[in-house]
Design a protein around this ligand. Structure first.
Ligand SMILES: Cc1cc2nc3c(=O)[nH]c(=O)nc-3n(C[C@H](O)[C@H](O)[C@H](O)COP(=O)(O)OP(=O)(O)OC[C@H]3O[C@@H](n4cnc5c(N)ncnc54)[C@H](O)[C@@H]3O)c2cc1C
Length: 309
């Protein structure tokens, strides 16, 4: 071969190497730890420069290039980085996690092995109330209940289901059938490997306030304790362009412009024509998620809500 190729070494990120294999505790008995990884901020920059040509290097520094990629959703350079986790997670949380189809997964088999003897327990002060604005979510801790009695019931249920399971196993019932009445709070373990682009997509969805608290706890640790150390420049851009930012729809932009022009009546008319301001008989606004989410955006921008709230 006439071409000369430079000698290459595997990518090493010392900050990530320091925590390789270290379990980060999540919930009462869960964890997440990094088992292996490939790539770094540098690999992303290198991959991007292959596609944009060598000249780009002079124009943009690494940080600027990564921010450009994030801003314009040029995602393939981020697929050059991969990471493998070992996680222990309750099955209800895992059921949400596994919906992310772009990872490679191997889960602990309760057909082959005995089910992990651990179920996620809830402390008396940790029971949450149903949210009224979001049918899927919770809204803070329940103050007016006897949390201890719910926790006691939970302990009884966990103990009973484990006793039933153990009894079946001792009688020689197949593990695949004996497990069927274990609660969703039972912990499972998995190896979960994913590229950085799809991991960031997972984190954007699962660190969001609309995600369930339990999976948010896992994703927040993955984001802040792991990804931030692994690819600091990408993490900084991700926080700026995804986590701490929001989009405005065409209609929302129109209303913001009207607010800025002090045309509050026109802003109300625009919202009303979109069906946001329908009222109940008692005069209160009907529940409208699009309006509520827009009001949250106005509050973040420190703009007045023209129709009040
Ligand atoms: C707050 C919240 C509430 C949710 N509520 C529900 C619910 O009530 N019911 C429910 O069933 N699910 C629910 N989900 C799950 C949600 O609908 C998605 O299935 C999950 O978040 C995975 O997202 P994804 O498909 O984008 O991710 P991944 O599966 O990781 O895929 C990443 C991206 O790859 C692409 N992709 C992957 N597979 C395909 C494919 N086959 N075809 C085309 N493109 C593909 C898509 O662009 C996708 O966004 C909820 C999720 C969240 C975050």
């Amino acid at each position: 071969m006439s071409e000369k190729f430079e000698k290459l070494e595997p990518t090493v990120v010392p900050e990530l190497n320091e925590i390789l294999g270290k379990p980060f505790k999540v919930l009462d008995d869960g964890f997440v730890r990094v088992v292996d990884y490939m790539g770094s901020d540098e690999s992303i920059v290198q991959a991007a420069r292959v596609s944009y040509g060598k000249g780009t290097k002079k124009v943009r520094q690494d940080r600027g290039l990564i921010r450009y990629l994030m801003r314009h959703r040029h995602t393939t350079p981020m697929e050059m980085c991969e990471i493998k986790f070992h996680i222990r997670v309750p099955m209800d949380c895992w059921r949400q996690w596994i919906r992310h189809r772009t990872a490679n997964v191997n889960e602990y088999s309760t057909r082959y092995s005995l089910a992990i003897d651990s179920a996620q327990a809830t402390l008396p002060g940790e029971w949450r109330v149903q949210s009224t604005s979001n049918r899927q979510g919770s809204d803070g801790f329940a103050a007016d209940i006897n949390g201890q009695s719910f926790t006691d019931d939970e302990t009884k249920l966990h103990n009973l289901s484990r006793e039933v399971y153990n009894k079946r196993i001792e009688a020689g019932i197949a593990r695949e059938q004996a497990r069927k009445d274990l609660p969703l709070s039972t912990y499972t373990e998995a190896y979960w490997k994913i590229d950085l682009h799809n991991l960031l997509h997972f984190l954007a969805l699962r660190m969001d306030v609309h995600a369930q608290k339990e999976i948010r706890d896992y994703s927040t640790i993955i984001g802040h304790e792991i990804v931030k150390k692994w690819v600091p420049l990408t993490w900084e851009a991700f926080e700026d362009y995804r986590l701490n930012s929001f989009n405005l729809t065409g209609l929302e932009l129109e209303i913001v412009q009207l607010i800025n022009q002090n045309s509050h009546e026109a802003a109300i008319k625009s919202a009303d024509s979109n069906g946001w301001l329908e009222k109940r008989e008692n005069g209160e606004y009907k529940m409208n998620l699009e309006r509520i989410e827009f009001e949250e955006k106005l509050t973040k921008m420190k703009l007045q809500i023209p129709w009040g709230n």
